[in-house]
Design a protein around this ligand. Structure first.
Ligand code: TXA
Ligand code: MG
Length: 365
């Protein structure tokens, strides 16, 4: 439950950046657009602002925040040092969807880093937000601007739905492009380690680093029950989840197995779910596979939700969280979904889909 002050949440446009910056400078909260998802911004150097952010989101305060900067130089006072390889990555990918973890300096409050001696840094690729950071003259602490537990917001209306009354304003820049959160790479350790996959892919990182980064074992299916704890504290929560039960259907090979997936969903609905006619069901599929499901959807009164084009995983990340929120709005209580190859951006797509499904996957032989 929210225990903070209830306030009017204003919608800001590009004309109000000065006002939004003023609110941040005086300790208030303003949600901001990025190329990935909307963030919930506050002064990154103010522990009171950090407390307000946790209260507004309903998020546990051991979950560290990302500090957003408008250029590379602004990182210098926030960290112990910037290793050569981190510099190289910033040069290659900033502004862009890559968050780097470095050893923090003393001016970054432990309240923003969940008590860790490291800090997450990112320079988002959004013109309004870069201007907002510059005008505020501060690093902006920003987790995704959703209530803890629900999918990250990809439109200002999603932020309003979750946080109206809890924050001073939302800087509206329409729908975001990428739709899933930034790639997180830990550069504070001996070897670079991927903590969260995003639109900057393993392949992209490998090319610039000259070697493949390590991958947090929990991203490769090692579970917390087996004693593996994700190093990014936020990755341990059942995140990004719709209210509905969600199940992923996957085959070992993706190509040529499309109709097998449909058969398996149909069988599941008939056998395992004798009661499924009472449920509001949605199927998530791709533009290419939509025709396969149309007859079944009409007969069983199932909603078809088109994620995007299979050949272009970014078109699917763009829509995923919006569609999960739509399912909630429509009162869907069972979501059956296709799976996609985990290469390139597909790794990030499937990571979020598995989380949304609470790791419920039916493997089709
Ligand atoms: O695309 C994004 O990164 C968006 C936009 C708003 O920039 N932000 C975002 O923030 O996704 P959030 O708070 O929802 O996710 C940040 C993740 C969490 O899983 C957190 O545990 C991890 O980053 N993290 C932050 N600081 C860390 C640190 N020092 N060490 C390890 N993980 C860290
Ligand atoms: Mg988040």
């Amino acid at each position: 439950p929210y225990r903070g002050i209830v306030m009017e949440t204003r919608i800001f446009s590009n004309k109000d950046i000065e006002e939004a910056a003023r609110i941040l400078k005086t300790g208030g909260l303003v949600a901001f657009p990025t190329e990935t998802v909307y963030g919930l911004g506050g002064n990154g150097l103010d522990k009171e602002a950090a407390r307000k952010i946790y209260a507004a989101k309903g998020r546990p305060s051991d979950n560290p925040l990302i500090l957003h900067v408008s250029k590379m130089e602004e990182v210098i006072p926030l960290v112990e040092s910037v290793p050569e390889k981190a510099k190289l990555l910033m040069d290659s990918f900033w502004p862009g969807p890559l968050t780097l973890i470095l050893k923090k300096s003393a001016i970054v409050p432990l309240e923003s880093t969940g008590g860790l001696d490291t800090v997450a840094l990112r320079c988002p690729d959004n013109a309004l937000t870069l201007e907002l950071i510059e005008k505020a003259g501060l690093p902006i602490a920003g987790p995704s601007a959703n209530l803890s537990g629900s999918p990250s917001p990809t439109e200002a209306s999603h932020v309003y739905h979750d946080l109206a009354g809890r924050i001073e304003g939302i800087l509206d820049d329409g729908a975001v492009g990428i739709g899933v959160e930034s790639t997180i790479l830990d550069m504070s350790t001996e070897r670079p380690t991927l903590l969260r996959p995003g639109a900057i892919t393993l392949e992209d990182l490998t090319e610039v680093l000259g070697e493949k980064p390590d991958i947090d074992p929990t991203l490769l299916g090692k579970s917390m029950e087996d004693g593996f704890v994700p190093k990014a504290p936020g990755m341990k929560y059942r995140h990004y989840a719709p209210k509905a039960e969600m199940i992923l259907f996957r085959t070992l090979e993706h190509k040529g197995a499309e109709s097998k997936v449909r058969e398996s969903m149909a069988k599941y609905l008939e056998e395992e779910r004798g009661d499924s006619f009472q449920k509001k069901i949605a199927i998530l599929c791709a533009e290419e596979t939509k025709p396969l499901y149309q007859e079944m959807a009409e007969k069983k009164n199932i909603r078809l939700k088109i994620l995007g084009r299979r050949e272009d995983p970014l078109s699917m990340t763009h829509n995923l969280f919006r569609i999960l929120r739509e399912c909630d709005e429509e009162g869907i209580n069972l979501i059956l979904s296709e799976s996609y190859p985990e290469e390139g951006v597909g790794f990030a797509l499937m990571n979020r889909m598995k989380k949304a499904a609470g790791q419920k996957i039916i493997l089709i032989k």
